[in-house]
Ligand binder design. Structure first.
Ligand code: 2HA
Ligand code: ZN
Length: 267
């Protein structure tokens, strides 16, 4: 078996976590990442001997049975992942009945995976049902995207339309719109259930007054979604008190037609 630290997904997670920290979206221990590893990568780089049991918070994720998932650790700082991946990251294997997991690598200080593990795993389960190639869930505290939830109505269609109108590319990148979960206590099954319900329809969900979740087949895709929404939200705060002209519903429909988009019919 090759050195686990040379596993391409681990290298990519280190890069993206550092990038996100540098954007200011992962202060202190804010944010968490999880990625389903593909079989080739597991065979080449990942030890399979169980080290210890991991509690997955009372959920059942049959779709993830026997899958290996790379996760960030609870209380860990994104800025530190690059310096000590074996403390800050872990790899778990989901049990064959989908109700528990074993740690097989990392988290060598004895800590657990992210407190948002139930939400991550439930999101993976739902997204795999929609898209069998789905692999990545990223949570972070993207500044302007979070700030939207303080000033816009708590209405997915309103939030989606506002963001579509802040840049031409928005509707191309998230034509299905974005989901919204009003403020809840984080870190458990209840918020996991609520988020997963939204993930049946959306790849991106805002947690009111907390942060955002982006998903995708690859890290680039999930991160690209998060940064595109964040860009639109940033423009919103730059222009909202001084708007003279805006992209119209008609113009958005023209973009949708030009790019052949299956977009949410809210215009
Ligand atoms: O502490 O971001 O939502 C990590 C988090 C919890
Ligand atoms: Zn958070």
């Amino acid at each position: 078996m090759k050195n686990t630290l040379e596993c391409p997904t681990i290298i990519e997670v280190i890069r993206i976590a550092t990038n996100m920290y540098n954007q200011g979206w992962d202060e202190r221990n804010g944010g968490n990442i999880s990625i389903i590893l593909d079989d080739d990568e597991v065979n080449e780089y990942i030890p399979t001997t169980p080290i210890r049991k991991i509690d997955i918070g009372g959920i059942c994720v049959k779709q993830l049975a026997n899958k290996y998932i790379l996760v960030t650790g609870t209380g860990k700082y994104f800025k530190n992942i690059q310096y000590n991946p074996e403390i800050n990251l872990g790899i778990i294997r989901i049990s064959s009945d989908g109700t528990s997991a074993d740690l097989v690598w990392g988290l060598i200080d004895g800590k657990n995976p992210t407190s948002e593990l139930p939400t991550h795993l439930e999101n993976h389960a739902v997204r795999i049902d929609v898209d069998p190639k789905h692999r990545v869930v990223i949570h972070c505290h993207a500044t302007h995207s979070m700030a939207l939830s303080f000033v816009l109505p708590e209405d997915e269609d309103e939030i989606t339309k506002t963001l579509w109108k802040m840049q031409t590319e928005s509707i191309v990148v998230f034509p299905e719109g974005i989901g919204y979960v009003p403020w809840m206590v984080c870190g458990g099954k209840e918020i996991g259930d609520a988020t997963a319900e939204k993930m049946k329809q959306y790849r991106y969900v805002i947690w009111g007054m907390h942060g955002v979740f982006g998903t995708g087949q690859t890290i680039d895709e999930a991160f690209g979604l998060i940064e595109t929404v964040e860009k639109a939200a940033t423009i919103y705060f730059l222009v909202k008190d001084n708007i003279r002209q805006s992209i119209t519903n008609e113009q958005l429909k023209q973009v949708a037609e030009a790019f052949n988009l299956n977009y949410k019919k809210i215009l």
